[in-house]
Ligand binder design. Sequence first.
Ligand code: ATP
Ligand code: MG
Length: 225
Amino acid sequence: MARVTSDSLPVRALARRIPVGRAPGRRFLLGLAGPPGAGKSTLAQRLRDELAAAGHPAAVAPMDGYHLRNEILRARGALERKGEPDTFDAAGFVADLRTLRQAPIGEPVPWPLFDRAVDEPTEGGLIVRDEQIVLVEGNYLLLTDAEAPGWSAVRGLLDACWYLDAPREILTERLVRRHIAGGRTPDDAEVKVRDSDLRNAELIAVSRGRADLTLSAAGDGYRIG
Ligand SMILES: Nc1ncnc2c1ncn2[C@@H]1O[C@H](COP(=O)(O)OP(=O)(O)OP(=O)(O)O)[C@@H](O)[C@H]1O
Ligand SMILES: [Mg+2]
């Protein structure tokens, strides 16, 4: 039995909020936005598992795979800023979201994944084919071009978009731990979180109010609002 606090919903109840039959004949795209370290990838996988158990196969399509390659970032002098909106291929992401919506179900749509071990994307790391539901997860799904050029078109390609939030202290702790696991010294990890991740989190927070639903983790489940 899942441990759930009194005001939190189990993931199964959240999965039931996804209107699986609402886009007959084409895919239903649900966005999961939020700051780095909020738990978007984890929630996407948990929702995918719940949907699969309920007979609705879903794919998780992360925004991470649209990171520009390190070689390109280095040439632009932007390697240290990796993770900011302009260090992603927003146009490629938008084009592939459009393909996901338009391609007939059953036709393969390649989707890049991000390999944290080598810190680079893998082209076609995922093939979306038979899944009618796609959980699109990433930081910048709800930004407008005024905040970050190239990102406005994303929202119109999503059927709905949820926002997963977490307190700044929790984000900090998780991100420092991740950077250390990735090979940074504790000091470097703290600098990266302060000067980069949390700055990105502030930009993302501006888009929170545009979400259809705002969530935060509570116990083994998630609280709405
Ligand atoms: N509900 C939760 N309760 C406790 N820990 C969690 C929860 N969700 C995620 N985590 C942990 O927080 C860390 C970050 O989670 P995750 O990788 O899913 O975040 P993210 O939002 O996808 O981050 P990023 O934007 O950097 O990709 C992981 O170590 C994960 O195990
Ligand atoms: Mg993630």
